[in-house]
Design a protein around this ligand. Structure first.
Ligand code: DQA
Length: 139
């Protein structure tokens, strides 16, 4: 059984309520249930935090034992060298995901501090971005 952790960063606890024209109407909890039933061969853990240091602590906690981390760091994507370093520090591969196509949005979203430290990046497929990232770990 593959052990995968999904980490959602700041403001992603509001999925379903937050800017639905950009992020959709579904809550992440509902989407997660669908994902878990579709991939019974994976043990999919979930963690959300609005706090950068807590996300770093979680990466450290699972980053030597889990098979994969799917990370949507929200706006920290564009600013956090500390998250970049945390991804580099662990052995578990990390896939960066974004729900929206950040390259079709404001210029400040076009830069990621994280991509270079990640195994790969999935951008712009709505919540399906998480499933596509999961597929990359199943192989
Ligand atoms: C996001 C894109 C980020 O620019 C933004 O700050 C988010 C969500 C996405 O999933 O599309 O919070 O990571």
């Amino acid at each position: 059984m593959k052990k995968i952790l999904i980490i959602n960063g700041p403001n992603l606890n509001l999925l379903g309520k937050r800017e639905p024209t950009i992020y959709g109407n579904a809550s992440f909890e509902d989407y997660l249930e669908t994902l878990r039933s579709r991939y019974p061969q994976c043990d999919i853990a979930y963690y959300q935090s609005n706090i950068e240091g807590e996300m770093i602590n979680k990466i450290h906690e699972v980053g030597f034992t889990y098979d994969g981390i799917i990370l949507n760091a929200g706006a920290y994507t564009h600013t956090s060298i500390a998250l970049h370093d945390a991804i580099k520090a662990v052995t578990t591969p990390v896939v960066e995901v974004h729900i929206s196509n950040v390259h079709a949005r404001e210029p400040f979203r076009h830069v990621s501090m994280l991509s270079a430290a990640c195994r790969g990046v999935v951008i712009g497929f709505g919540l399906d971005s998480y499933r596509l990232a999961l597929e990359s770990f199943i192989g």
